[in-house]
Design a protein around this ligand. Structure first.
Ligand code: GLY
Length: 352
């Protein structure tokens, strides 16, 4: 039985359908579909894609963040034009965050906007990036600097895809799940604390379906309240300002989820220093991150001034001040603009 979470956005409302086997519903979709996927998903699921989308031309790009460029978006749009797709076409993103963000962006601008559907295949995309309509590409100057808000028409989440996902990718998704618990739902956080070891290794599909559903419900609530990030939605960036800086400094050898885990640990230190989080709750977060195999230390090779400098380039800063999301206990969060010495002290506290 599939579960459905509705994202209530008026004329842009859509369903997120979650359950084992829901990917097969893609075969029932009507209209001119244009599947977009990466080389890794094509290798693993090429025959399923063929059986599902039949003769429809599909666009396959090389897997990896390096493909998330304007050039690939141009290639997607040119392939759509060669296939004579018109305004009634529907792009279908089958893959992780890179595929979803980029296909959504191509759909936002092709013929000034066509429909698109998300079929996420990674845990991170299932619990975060496939929901909410943020689309875009990277520039050499920074990640996600170009983009558009463009909501999908439908999201099909099939946890069976997780069986082929490398452990490191599962941990990446877990960073976003733990983030969601810390900022929005103390009960979700407590549920994750029970048997964290069973969140990796052999995955329990029922447990994961429940977790994914809860994360989608929580994210849908935030997106409904603040679709274009005028305020509340910014809390979804918990751990991301510190995290993006560390990711960028590492040349992306530290993954997004690992960066977010380090970033959440630094942000929790800052929250403890400011009195919005108890030391005991900061320790709960650190223990949970560690229990699922995520890093909680800033690696020695990255100096605090270098991380601070990278943080000044974050696109979520405002008026020259670095904006950081801080927990207010477990289950709530807010945005602050701390002084640089406070940020430096938080980073020093987690330096290896
Ligand atoms: N991933 C953060 C957001 O969708 O707002």
């Amino acid at each position: 039985m599939a579960e459905v979470v509705r994202v209530g956005l008026g004329e842009r409302a859509y369903d997120i359908v979650i359950g084992s086997g829901v990917r097969e519903r893609a075969a029932e979709l009507q209209g001119r579909l244009f599947p977009v996927t990466d080389s890794r998903v094509e290798e693993l699921y090429g025959s399923w894609l063929k059986s599902c989308f039949g003769a429809a031309e599909r666009f396959v790009f090389p897997a990896g963040e390096g493909s998330k460029t304007f050039l690939t978006v141009e290639e997607i749009c040119r392939a759509a034009a060669r296939a004579r797709l018109d305004r009634k076409a529907c792009f279908v993103a089958v893959g992780g965050g890179v595929t979803g963000d980029m296909t959504g962006f191509a759909a936002a601008i092709y013929m000034r906007g066509v429909d698109f559907i998300q079929i996420p295949t990674t845990l991170l995309a299932m619990v975060d990036s496939s929901v909410g309509g943020k689309t875009g590409v990277d520039l050499p100057e920074g990640k996600n600097l170009i983009g558009a808000f463009h909501q999908p028409k439908l999201v099909l989440i099939d946890p069976d895809f997780l069986n082929s996902l490398p452990e490191r990718e599962i941990r990446c998704g877990l960073a976003e799940i733990i983030k969601t618990g810390v900022i929005l739902d103390a009960e979700l956080f407590a549920a994750l604390e029970r048997e964290p070891a069973s969140l990796t290794g052999h995955l329990d599909p029922c447990r994961y379906t429940k977790i994914i559903r809860r994360c989608c419900e929580l994210k849908a609530g935030v997106v409904e309240a603040d679709e274009r990030e005028a305020g509340l939605r910014a809390i979804l960036n918990y751990g991301h300002t510190f995290g993006h800086a560390v990711e960028a400094l590492s040349g992306f050898s530290i993954s997004h989820g690992e960066g977010v885990a380090i970033g959440m640990t630094a942000a929790a230190e800052l929250a403890v220093a400011r009195g919005s989080l108890t030391r005991a709750d900061a320790e709960r977060q650190r223990r949970l991150l560690e229990a699922v195999g995520l890093p909680v230390k800033l690696p020695r090779e990255y100096s605090v001034p270098a991380v601070l400098e990278a943080m000044t380039r974050d696109k979520k800063n405002a008026g020259g001040r670095i904006r950081v999301v801080l927990p207010e206990g477990i289950g709530r969060a807010g945005v602050v603009t701390p002084e640089v010495p406070e940020l430096a002290a938080a980073l020093e506290a987690i330096h290896a």
